[in-house]
Design a protein around this ligand. Structure first.
Ligand code: DGL
Length: 269
């Protein structure tokens, strides 16, 4: 099975793209709703929570795990890969969303001016600057934390004038920098895609996170038959949350864009 982990419901936007583009595999989704949001938490806390989640998904039979959460990918992925995976599950893999988005950013940019928006933790980590810099030198990267956007999306305020006003206020700073490409580095931003595109205007390309991550996963599976061959088939998707399953189902269906038959409550750590 392929495990998909997020701090809460947002990663369902990525899961939605996987189910659409790679429907043949079995999936397990885990949302740490009891401890969300991760975006304002410390490095050690995000690492510990992510490690517990990865361990849970491996125990349930996942061969490959995607950290759909940008914050977990930014703050915990490398440490999980280097210090934990090698000694606990050397034959399995954990991947994040930062490198796929950075690669797509480099492919998309025309003048080398790239903006990144995300949670405070993601932006403060400077992980996009590092990964983009490894791919191409001389890029100008402008990171901007937008901590108000996650709660606005979760409250269903997408499209409201107040939300667009906040969005405009944030994005103005990136428009002033004349970026030609924007990386929306957070699970919740696909809901704001149209509004972000409209505000940024036609001279800025706004990447679509879930589409990119799904395309890169397809490519990864193609290039790694030793991993792909071990993943179970059958198209089954199971959902786990660390908080109220009823609430997860209610809001999760909006993020996933389809019905969720059953949600199981679990505890981590
Ligand atoms: N899933 C997080 C991300 O993509 C956003 C929500 C949170 O702060 O936990 O960065």
């Amino acid at each position: 099975m392929i495990g998909v982990f997020d701090s809460g419901m947002g990663g369902l936007t990525v899961m939605r793209a996987f189910l659409r583009d790679l429907p043949g595999y079995g999936y397990l989704y885990l949302g740490d709703n009891a401890r969300t949001p991760y975006g304002n938490k410390s490095l050690d806390t995000i690492y510990e929570y992510t490690r517990q989640a990865v361990s849970f998904l491996f125990d349930r039979g996942c061969i490959l795990i995607i950290l759909a959460c940008n914050t977990a990918s930014a703050k915990a992925l490398r440490r999980v890969q280097q210090h934990w995976l090698a000694s606990h599950h050397p034959d399995r893999r954990v991947l994040g969303v930062v490198i796929p988005l950075a690669e797509a950013g480099v492919e998309a940019t025309r003048f080398g001016r790239i903006g990144v928006i995300g949670t405070r933790a993601t932006i403060e980590s400077k992980v996009y600057e590092q990964e983009l810099g490894k791919l191409r030198s001389g890029l100008k990267v402008f990171g901007l934390a937008c901590p108000l956007l996650v709660p606005l999306v979760e409250e269903g305020w997408v499209g409201k004038p107040e939300t667009n006003m906040i969005l405009k206020k944030y994005l103005r700073r990136l428009k002033e920098r004349k970026i030609d490409t924007l990386i929306p580095g957070c699970t919740h931003y696909p809901f704001l895609q149209k509004d972000i595109e409209r505000i940024m205007g036609k001279n800025c390309r706004v990447l679509n996170g879930p589409d990119i991550v799904s395309e890169k996963l397809r490519d990864y599976l193609h290039r790694h038959p030793e991993i792909e061959g071990k993943i179970s088939r059958g198209g089954e998707a199971r959902f786990f949350t660390t908080d109220d399953p009823g609430r997860f189902k209610l809001f999760g269906e909006r993020f996933l864009g389809q019905r969720i038959a059953r949600v199981e409550k679990v505890s981590l750590g």
